[in-house]
Design a protein around this ligand. Structure first.
Ligand code: HEM
Length: 415
C-alpha cells in the first residue's frame, strides 16, 4: 500500500529510523496496522497507534511473547561459527521478555521482590551519593563527555552492584552492547560472531556469581534470586543467567538514552532548563515527559498465537507484530501537539514508554529514581550547561528498537 508520499516499507531505512516522526504521523493517520516487508524476504506487522498497542498488550490470548526467542537470536541464528561459539555457553531460555504465563508470572514475582518501589526508595541515598561523587569528578574541568564520564558510570554501576558485577562495569558495558547489537537486527555477520563470544563470556561470569551466592549467601538481589530458584527446581541456571542478562541490558541501555537525550533537550530548551533549575520539584514531571518524548525503547514485539484481527487488518498465525511505542507516544489523539515537550501536559503518565500489561518494565521505579536524582544534582551543581562547541558530531547508533547518541560533549560554568 502506498499513500501519497507515504511508503510503509521506508520504515526500515536508516534515515527513517533516525528521524521517524513524520512517518509516525502518516502511519497513525493512514495505516496504524501495516505489513512491512524486510529486505531479507521476511515481514512483520507494524502497529503505531496508542489505542491499538494498548489493545495488543491486553489481548494475551491472541498475542504472546514466547515466540520472540527466534527474533532475539539475531540475523544469523543458524550460522555454524556462531552456533559453535554459543555452544560453549548456556542455551538461551525463555525468560521475561520472551516468556508467557505461567512461567513469566513466576519470574516476575522474583524481579518484583528485588525492584519493588519500597526497596528502590531505600536505594535513594546511595544513588545520590554516587551521582554527586561522579559530578565532583569532572565539575572543576568545566567540560565533560557526558555519556562516558557520567551516564554510563552511574547507570552501569547501579545495576552491576545489584547483580554481583560491581567492579566489572566496563565488561558489563561490553556485554550489553553485544546483546543489544544482536537484538537490533542491524549488525554484520562479523559483529554477530564477536557478539556471540562476548555473550558466552557474560554467561560464564554470571554463572560464577550464581555459584558464589549459593556457597556464600549475602543480603543482596542475586542471593534472593538464587534462593528463590532453589525453591523452584524447574528454574534452571540458564533461566537465572538469562534473567540477569536482561536486567543488565534493561538496567542501563535505555536509561543511557533517556538521560543523554534528556540533557540535550534541556540544552536546546533553555527556558525549560531555567524552570527546572529554579523549581526542582518539577523534575519528576520532566522525567515522565521525556519517557514519552524520547521513548528509549522505541518498540517491543509480540506474535499472533492464531489468525487474528487487529484494527481491521488480518494478522496471520505466528506473524510478528512490532508495537512501535515511540509512535504511540506521539499519537496526537492522546498527546495533543505531540512533538512538543510539555511538562504541564494533563495525564503525563499515559505514555507507553515503560510498556503496559504483564511485561510492564519491572525497572520503572529504579529508572525513574535514577533519572530524577541525576537531573536534580546536575542542574543544582552545574550552571550554564551548554554544548561544547565544535566537539559534537551527534552520531547515533541505529537499530530497530533504539537509537542512542554515541557521545555528548558539554561545557558548564565551574563552581
Ligand atoms: C528509562 C529507562 C527504561 C525504559 C524506557 C524501559 C522500558 C521498558 C519497556 C517499554 C519494557 C516493556 C517491554 C515489553 O512489553 O515487551 C521494559 C521491560 C523490561 N525492563 Fe525496562 N526500561 C527502563 C529501565 C529498566 C531498568 C532500570 C531495568 C532493570 C533494573 C529494566 C528491566 C526490564 C526488564 C527485565 C524488562 C522485561 C520485563 C518482562 O518482559 O516482563 N528496565 N522496559
Amino acid at each position: 500500500m502506498k499513500i501519497g508520499e507515504f511508503e510503509p516499507d521506508d520504515f526500515l531505512k536508516p534515515e527513517t529510523l533516525l528521524d521517524p516522526y513524520d512517518y509516525y504521523q502518516q502511519a497513525i493517520a493512514h495505516a496504524p496496522v501495516q505489513k512491512i516487508n524486510v529486505p531479507d524476504g521476511s515481514h512483520f506487522y507494524l502497529v503505531t497507534s496508542h489505542a491499538l498497542i494498548h489493545e495488543v498488550f491486553s489481548r494475551e490470548n491472541d498475542f504472546c511473547s514466547s515466540m520472540k526467542q527466534g527474533f532475539l537470536l539475531g540475523r544469523y541464528p543458524d550460522d555454524p561459527e556462531i552456533q559453535a561459539i554459543l555452544s560453549k555457553g548456556w542455551h538461551k531460555a525463555n525468560v521475561l521478555v520472551s516468556a508467557d504465563p505461567p512461567t513469566h508470572t513466576a519470574q516476575r514475582q522474583l524481579t518484583s521482590k528485588g525492584f519493588s518501589p519500597r526497596l528502590v526508595k531505600a536505594m535513594e541515598d546511595h544513588i545520590r551519593a554516587k551521582t554527586v561523587d561522579l559530578i565532583q569528578g569532572f565539575e572543576a574541568k568545566g567540560e565533560c563527555e557526558f555519556i562516558s564520564e557520567f551516564v554510563l558510570k552511574l547507570l552501569v554501576n547501579v545495576i552491576a552492584e545489584q547483580v554481583g558485577a560491581a567492579g566489572y562495569e566496563s565488561d558489563v558495558k561490553k556485554w550489553t552492547e553485544a546483546i543489544a547489537d544482536r537484538m537490533g537486527q542491524c549488525a554484520s555477520r562479523e559483529r554477530e560472531v564477536e557478539c556471540a563470544r562476548t555473550i558466552v563470556e557474560a554467561q560464564h561470569f554470571i554463572k560464577k556469581v550464581i555459584d558464589d551466592r549459593r556457597a556464600r549467601p549475602r543480603d543482596d538481589f542475586m542471593t534472593a534470586m538464587v534462593h528463590a530458584q532453589s525453591e523452584n527446581p524447574d528454574e534452571s541456571d540458564e533461566v537465572l543467567i538469562e534473567m540477569v542478562i536482561q536486567l543488565l541490558v534493561g538496567g542501563h541501555e535505555t536509561g543511557t538514552i533517556t538521560l543523554s537525550d534528556g540533557l540535550l533537550l534541556l540544552i536546546n530548551n533553555p527556558e525549560l532548563m531555567n524552570r527546572l533549575q529554579d523549581n526542582p520539584g518539577d523534575i519528576p514531571m520532566f522525567v515522565e515527559e521525556i519517557a514519552r518524548y524520547i521513548s528509549a525503547v522505541g518498540a517491543t514485539f509480540r506474535f499472533a498465537i492464531h489468525d487474528t484481527e487487529l484494527g481491521g487488518v488480518v494478522v496471520p498465525k505466528h506473524s510478528m507484530v512490532m508495537l512501535r511505542l515511540a509512535a504511540a507516544n506521539r499519537d496526537p489523539s492522546v498527546f495533543p501537539d505531540p512533538d512538543r515537550i510539555d511538562i504541564d501536559r494533563p495525564k503525563l503518565s499515559n505514555h507507553l514508554g515503560f510498556g503496559r500489561g504483564i511485561h510492564i518494565c519491572p525497572g520503572r521505579a529504579l529508572a525513574t529514581l535514577e533519572l530524577k536524582i541525576a537531573f536534580e544534582e546536575l542542574l543544582r551543581r552545574l550552571k550554564n550547561i551548554r554544548l561544547n562547541e565544535g566537539r559534537n558530531k551527534f552520531e547515533r547508533s541505529v537499530g530497530w528498537v533504539s537509537t542512542g547518541l554515541k557521545e555528548l560533549h558539554i561545557s558548564f560554568d565551574s563552581p
